[in-house]
Design a protein around this ligand. Structure first.
Ligand code: AMP
Ligand code: ZN
Length: 137
């Protein structure tokens, strides 16, 4: 079976602009650069996405993110940053090796648009849903 593109980057078979590496995690610049400094943080082991990730891998992936985010901010001069994960095609995932997007933010027209459609709160529904989620094993 052909290796996934991010496994090929981990293996050094294809190049990437690396910005962080440790035993379990690699971070490199996204080739599309939605904004300047747009970075992907990935586990070195192949995991499909967040829905497929164990806690240990999640700890490894998330641990370096705050410091990396501050480095991105300092170098790019960004005012803020969005952290984003797309899990499965319906959520916009196109590369099926888990990755966290770190997207420095500069202003409203810097390349990233996030549009939360808001609804009136229904407290009865919220309460039922919260119970179901809490009780799910
Ligand atoms: P997603 O849509 O969340 O799966 O994001 C996949 C991201 O991977 C996209 O933003 C692509 O620009 C990026 N990407 C794909 N191939 C490469 C590559 N060889 N090096 C760096 N980034 C890549
Ligand atoms: Zn992979």
């Amino acid at each position: 079976m052909e290796k996934c593109i991010f496994c090929q980057i981990v293996a050094g078979d294809i190049p990437a602009s690396k910005v962080y590496e440790d035993e379990h995690v690699l971070a490199f610049l996204d080739i599309t650069q939605v904004t300047k400094g747009h970075t992907l943080v990935i586990p070195k082991k192949h995991v499909r996405n967040l829905l497929d990730m164990d806690s240990e891998t999640a700890q490894q992936v998330f641990a370096p993110i705050p410091q990396l985010a501050r480095r991105l901010q300092t170098v790019t001069g960004a005012s803020g940053l969005n952290m984003l994960n797309n899990s499965e095609a319906v959520a916009g995932q196109t590369v099926f090796h888990a990755h966290i997007h770190l997207i420095p933010r500069f202003n409203d027209e810097d390349g990233l648009t996030i549009d939360f459609k808001t609804n009136e709160p229904n407290f009865e529904q919220l309460s039922q849903l919260a119970k179901a989620i809490t009780n799910e094993v």
